[in-house]
Design a protein around this ligand. Structure first.
Ligand SMILES: C[C@H](O)CC(=O)SCCNC(=O)CCNC(=O)[C@H](O)C(C)(C)COP(=O)(O)OP(=O)(O)OC[C@H]1O[C@@H](n2cnc3c(N)ncnc32)[C@H](O)[C@@H]1OP(=O)(O)O
Ligand SMILES: NC(=O)c1ccc[n+]([C@@H]2O[C@H](COP(=O)([O-])OP(=O)(O)OC[C@H]3O[C@@H](n4cnc5c(N)ncnc54)[C@H](O)[C@@H]3O)[C@@H](O)[C@H]2O)c1
Length: 309
């Protein structure tokens, strides 16, 4: 019976698509996550097209990738700086940029979306892409919190749609959550799983539930740290020190919130509260709301819980 249910979950396939070996990747959104994923995909020999809304943003994305690659080669090629420079140039050659999604998805095996955490905007994007991308192309979202099935519902390729949730900073974090919906085909799921492994990551399989595994545990923890501070039960600094030295986390909750982006974290929590208003784990924070309203989104804007200038 369990096997049968499994077959139903993965067996839906309107297009008889076989396992797609992913070589050509289009990444939409060249922010923190998109740039990181592009770097890792290009470093593992994939041909990557990175798409964003302006050339200026894309120039910044390439600069971020270059900076991160320099950190990687410093360690990997410590005794061979020339080989390190060669590696950087080779990786950068694998990345092209575009502001035109239509041309960027031509020939693509995988379109991975890492744009703003907003359902309507993601749906609009995928609905357009569905008409532009080749039939075999797999679509995936890097969403932190939105149901993959809500995003995929804007397309006609429900069997070729899944979630690939990376962690920040992508070049350093080893985990990828691979999410299959009730309509994701087994072939698509396997292709996404294999792709994660080829990137050098460790994939875990997740159901399409709010926050998958990590964020469902992790985001309520971040919010509880903020509420603890709001109640006057500890300073930001002490809470950060406590979680680093007490349980060995590399960053405290305030440092990490600033690193991720307060807008992203608030959006996750607001969405979950809408779905389940009585759950006290999803209670809001006045301070978080205020900082986001003031545009203090963390490291990326120069100020969040802390200042970065
Ligand atoms: C909300 C979302 O949906 C889900 C999420 O993403 S949740 C967030 C998950 N991420 C985390 O929890 C991150 C926690 N923090 C960490 O693991 C570490 O603090 C960190 C890896 C970010 C930085 O490490 P840390 O020791 O504090 O600083 P630092 O010395 O600068 O970096 C350590 C190494 O990582 C490398 N590194 C850090 N960031 C890098 C980057 N972006 N690119 C390449 N290398 C990087 C450094 O070069 C350094 O290498 P070295 O050991 O050879 O010198
Ligand atoms: N920040 C994190 O730690 C983290 C971790 C895992 C997943 N995520 C998820 O990844 C996604 C991106 O997060 P981020 O932190 O990289 O955000 P970000 O703000 O750094 O980058 C988003 C990028 O998308 C671009 N963009 C917005 N709309 C677009 C469109 N229609 N077409 C093309 N580009 C568009 C923006 O110009 C921006 O460069 C979100 O869904 C977020 O929830 C974030």
């Amino acid at each position: 019976m369990a096997f049968f249910a499994h077959q139903i979950r993965r067996g839906f396939s309107s297009s008889a698509v076989r396992n797609v070996v992913i070589k050509q990747v289009t990444i939409i959104g060249g922010g923190q996550m998109g740039a990181g994923i592009a770097q890792v995909a290009a470093s593992t020999g994939h041909s990557v097209t990175l798409v964003d809304t302006s050339d200026d943003i894309l120039k910044k994305s390439i600069k971020t990738i270059e900076g991160s690659l320099k950190r990687v080669v410093k360690k990997k090629f410590a005794d061979k700086p020339e080989a390190g420079e060669e590696f950087i140039q080779k990786v950068l050659k694998n990345v092209s940029t575009s502001t035109d999604v239509g041309s960027a998805v031509q020939g693509s095996d995988l379109v991975l979306e890492a744009i703003v955490e907003n359902l309507k905007i993601k749906q609009d994007l995928f609905s357009r892409l569905d008409k532009l991308a080749p039939a075999h192309t797999i679509f995936a979202s890097n969403t932190s919190s939105l149901p993959i099935s809500d995003i995929s519902s804007a397309t006609n390729r429900l069997d070729r749609f899944g979630g690939l949730h990376f962690f920040n900073p992508v070049p350093m974090m080893k985990l990828v959550e691979v999410i299959g919906t009730s309509t994701t085909s087994q072939e698509t799921f396997d292709s996404l799983l294999n792709f994660s492994k080829v990137l050098g990551k460790t994939p875990v399989s997740c159901k399409d539930t709010p926050g998958f595994i990590v964020n469902r545990l992790f985001v309520p923890y971040l919010y509880e740290a903020i509420r603890l501070y709001e109640r006057g039960h500890g300073s930001k600094e002490d809470i950060d020190i406590a979680m680093k030295l007490g349980v060995g986390y590399p960053m405290g909750p305030f440092e990490l919130s600033d690193y991720i982006g307060l807008d992203t974290i608030k959006f996750i929590m607001d969405g979950w509260r809408e779905m389940d208003p009585d759950n006290t784990l999803f209670a809001p924070s006045e301070l978080m709301d205020k900082l986001v309203a003031e545009g203090k989104l963390g490291k990326k804007t120069g100020e969040g819980f802390y200042k970065y200038k």
